[in-house]
Design a protein around this ligand. Structure first.
Ligand code: ADP
Ligand code: TRP
Length: 340
């Protein structure tokens, strides 16, 4: 079983000092219901940065088309992601939230970048190989996806891109393409930095592997309470009898508990495990309680927001307006530079 641990190799040295005046941008694909891994791996670092710069967060619906093949499902997932972010802490006064497809110019920029993208650069990308290994169709969209991601970032002139370590290579591709473009056409693009917080670990799923919708081991942020209870109670543990002392570090239930509980509560659970007479059933109950304590207020807010689809649409429309206001001047420069 993997240990929940920050990987210092991925630390983004040196960015923090100048974070104040930054444009911060991130995106997430609406390709399924968001789960605990998404919250602690992606959403939370975005919320934590809301005070630190000018923030943009977009729902990458063009990207999701690489795997979602039904219009209704894509539309619903896009709306769900917006509700999830707004419910969990995205503050529209501090962060512009928009749908990727509301800035269609990213497609145009992706083409310009494509014309400078060496095939070898994309062939080296892990995400394509990983998706092939998981049985996805080998499409051009999936292969070329890092170019679209570069366009998402460069069109907004982003300085900092909070992502998880699985996206680190895509940020390298983005910088590479920005350099190639600048070399060919003049200094137009900034070189963005990835922001990969050292505290963000791999969140484990109910089977002890990385939590991922592809592994069918996720716990959704807003599944109904019964389903969540069932999944928490089914988290795989070893068969050490209840009476025996146990080492909690690395155990999925304990590692997940760390995400939701206070340091004192975590210490107390660790002591109980080590003392013996404390079973995984007890720990699962504590985990469930800690989840509800954190998420019940978010759930109530989400239910409120879901009652007004028009208000949500207004938020996204306003976000699109502001995002386009940032993107269009960049595109004007780009078009002039490439000769169109
Ligand atoms: P999935 O693996 O379920 O398909 P995605 O790849 O769509 O999830 O995840 C989007 C983002 O959510 C990732 O880039 C990462 O930031 C975060 N994330 C997803 N799963 C985890 C996890 N198990 N641990 C940490 N972060 C995760
Ligand atoms: N590729 C990211 C993911 O799968 C989502 C994404 C698309 C993104 N474009 C982006 C993230 C631009 C940050 C910036 O998680």
């Amino acid at each position: 079983m993997g240990k929940l641990q920050a990987d210092p190799e991925w630390r983004n040295e040196g960015v923090f000092g100048i974070i104040g005046d930054m444009r911060i941008l991130t995106g997430i694909q609406p390709s399924g219901k968001l789960h605990w891994g998404n919250y602690f791996g992606a959403m939370k670092s975005m919320f934590d940065l809301q005070e630190k710069g000018e923030n943009f967060m977009f729902i990458a619906n063009y990207h999701a088309m690489t795997t979602v093949r039904a219009g209704g499902a894509l539309r619903e997932a896009t709306r769900d992601v917006a509700l999830d972010y707004l419910a969990c802490g995205l503050d529209v006064e501090k962060t512009v939230i928009y749908r990727q497809s509301d800035v269609p110019e990213v497609q145009e920029l992706a083409w310009y970048l494509s014309c400078l993208t060496p095939m070898g650069l994309l062939e080296r990308c892990h995400s394509y190989k990983d998706k092939m290994a998981r049985g996805f169709d080998a499409t051009h969209g999936l292969f070329a996806y890092p170019v679209l991601m570069a366009a998402d970032i460069l069109i907004m002139n982003a300085d900092l891109v909070p992502v998880w370590k699985d996206q680190k290579q895509h940020l390298e591709v983005t910088r590479d393409l920005a350099l190639k473009f600048n070399n060919a056409y003049g200094e137009i693009f900034k070189l963005p930095d990835a922001y990969i917080p050292e505290t963000v670990a791999t969140i484990l799923g109910t089977d002890g592997q990385k939590m991922s919708k592809s592994y069918n081991n996720t716990i959704g942020l807003f599944e109904d309470a019964k389903a969540i209870k069932k999944k928490v109670m089914a988290i795989v543990t070893d068969s050490t009898p209840m009476e025996e002392p146990k080492e909690p570090e690395g155990n999925s239930v304990y590692e997940l508990y760390k995400l939701f509980a206070t340091p004192e509560e975590v210490e107390s659970m660790a002591a109980s495990f080590r003392a013996g007479g404390y079973g995984y059933g007890h720990a699962k109950k504590a985990l469930l309680e800690a989840y509800h304590r954190m998420f019940d207020p978010f759930r109530a807010k989400r239910e409120e927001l879901a009652k007004s689809p028009d208000a949500l649409e207004d938020i996204l429309r306003e976000g699109a307006k502001r995002a386009r206001a940032a993107a269009l001047p960049v595109m004007e420069k780009v078009r002039a530079a490439v000769g169109l």
